[in-house]
Design a protein around this ligand. Sequence first.
Ligand SMILES: *[C@@H]1O[C@H](CO)[C@@H](O)[C@H](O)[C@H]1NC(C)=O
Ligand SMILES: *[C@@H]1O[C@H](CO)[C@@H](O)[C@H](O)[C@H]1NC(C)=O
Ligand SMILES: *[C@@H]1O[C@H](CO)[C@@H](O)[C@H](O)[C@H]1NC(C)=O
Ligand SMILES: *[C@@H]1O[C@H](CO)[C@@H](O)[C@H](O)[C@H]1NC(C)=O
Length: 157
Amino acid sequence: MLLLCARLATSHFVLLDPVSLGFDDENEGVAPCGSFNATDRTNVTNWPVKGAAIGFLTTHTNAVFEFNTALLSTPNNWVPLTKDLNQTGVGQFCEPQIPAREDWKGKNGILQVIQHSPEGLLYQCAAIKFTGGPKAATPSACFNDTGTAAIWVGHHH
Ligand SMILES: *[C@@H]1O[C@H](CO)[C@@H](O)[C@H](O)[C@H]1NC(C)=O
Ligand SMILES: *[C@@H]1O[C@H](CO)[C@@H](O)[C@H](O)[C@H]1NC(C)=O
Ligand SMILES: *[C@@H]1O[C@H](CO)[C@@H](O)[C@H](O)[C@H]1NC(C)=O
Ligand SMILES: *[C@@H]1O[C@H](CO)[C@@H](O)[C@H](O)[C@H]1NC(C)=O
């Protein structure tokens, strides 16, 4: 946490769950994955279509987030996974049970998280694989810091 905070010299956000493709403070505004290779498969997290967690650290008091996914076979075709999330409060935030499309079970995918920050759009991605089985257990490091909250709002697009 301290290390992450120290690295967040300029106000940004860092994807913590699932394992991100990487964080580069300077280049977080580079679409679609904050300057990282969207099709990199070094660290793939299983994503039960019944539900899995998205957790991040944010330094903005309020920002709207988009959660999108693409299949690895069509990595430029980003599809909204959820409505947009209007999140308030600084620190760690976790949405523990986000389901995905049933028909994507067994497919390789990419999760993209976009923060609509005061500095513009910021991007983080993760390599995921859509799986069957029960909802994923919430990672212990995925939680809401005191004073954070969020509500789902309409799409931007
Ligand atoms: C991105 O990663 C994929 C999969 O590892 C690789 O095939 C491709 O060459 C990489 N692209 C770039 C621009 O590094
Ligand atoms: C993959 O993710 C795990 C869990 O966060 C981490 O410990 C490990 O260093 C990562 N490996 C690579 C190659 O990024
Ligand atoms: C998000 O929430 C903030 C704080 O409650 C509010 O001021 C803002 O209008 C909301 N934005 C959207 C897009 O819902
Ligand atoms: C964090 O708060 C949101 C609503 O503000 C809630 O939907 C979510 O379940 C909470 N996360 C955890 C891990 O309890």
